[in-house]
Write a protein that binds this ligand. Structure first.
Ligand SMILES: Nc1ncnc2c1ncn2[C@@H]1O[C@H](COP(=O)(O)OP(=O)(O)OP(=O)(O)O)[C@@H](O)[C@H]1O
Ligand SMILES: [Mg+2]
Length: 233
């Protein structure tokens, strides 16, 4: 489904990604972990096309999408929920979601809203309300819902647990693998909350200084010594 080979990118004169290789299959949830500043957000931005690839190759379903700009990658099926969510606070829930359906093109626009509401009943109840007044957790749910409105093949989630209450973190942790399996979405989840990772992901990639330096099955996270070593890289 999603495959990248030797991806490099950065900001101005600052190189950040120094050759990232990874693969995520349809229906699979893969977590990316690592200390602050190692390049996790930069990786997702690069995959989404918000930041240009300097070299390397990105394939979606075997097709090279490396040269597509962000909105074309979204159309091709790569949805990005950025760190900090990026929803439109002055728009209503429904308006935010309608923006999300644009990425779907003709693929799914009609049925998608009802389907998305079935996963997020709170959003259906508040569909006419302005999103800016919502709690952090509800805004995160809206951001994920908006991404789903594009009927994506790949979902890139950047720290969905950041600044939200534990009960919603649990809900999101249960929801992510469900969405992945039901729709065959390949999910790449950047996350520092190990509890969420343990619930949602089957594999974990550890990043350090712009590279993936270790890959372990999520079950290995229960080994505290190993985890300490991996996170202190
Ligand atoms: N817009 C930017 N312009 C210049 N440098 C940036 C920019 N965004 C990030 N960086 C730098 O790129 C490097 C990687 O940052 P990135 O945000 O990808 O890290 P991260 O792993 O997501 O960290 P965190 O866990 O804090 O979210 C850091 O050195 C950071 O200072
Ligand atoms: Mg980040």
């Amino acid at each position: 489904m999603l495959q990248c080979k030797d991806i490099r990118s950065g900001y101005g004169h600052l190189p950040v990604l120094h050759g990232v290789d990874l693969e995520v299959s349809a229906g699979e949830v893969v977590a990316v972990l690592g200390r602050n500043g190692v390049g996790k957000t930069t990786l997702l931005k690069t995959l989404a096309g918000a930041l240009a690839l300097r070299s390397g190759r990105l394939d979606l379903d075997g097709e090279d999408v490396s040269r597509l700009v962000a909105h074309r990658r979204a159309r091709a099926g790569i949805a990005h929920v950025p760190q900090g969510r990026g929803i439109f606070g002055r728009l209503t829930v429904e308006e935010n979601l309608t923006v999300g359906t644009r990425a779907a093109g003709s693929r799914a626009r009609k049925t998608v809203l009802d389907e998305v509401f079935s996963f997020f009943p709170v959003l259906r109840d508040r569909r006419g309300e302005t999103a800016g007044n919502f709690s952090g957790g509800q805004q995160q749910q809206l951001a994920i819902a908006r991404a789903l409105c594009g009927a994506p093949k790949v979902l890139l989630l950047d720290e969905p647990s950041e600044g939200i209450q534990p009960n919603i973190v649990h809900e999101i942790g249960a929801l992510i693998p469900k969405l992945a399996q039901q729709y065959g979405i390949a999910v790449l989840l950047v996350e520092q909350n190990l509890d969420l990772v343990a619930h949602a992901a089957t594999r974990c990639l550890f990043m350090d200084k712009g590279r993936i330096v270790h890959a372990v099955p999520t079950s290995a996270l229960s080994d505290e010594n190993l985890l300490k070593n991996l996170l202190a890289l």
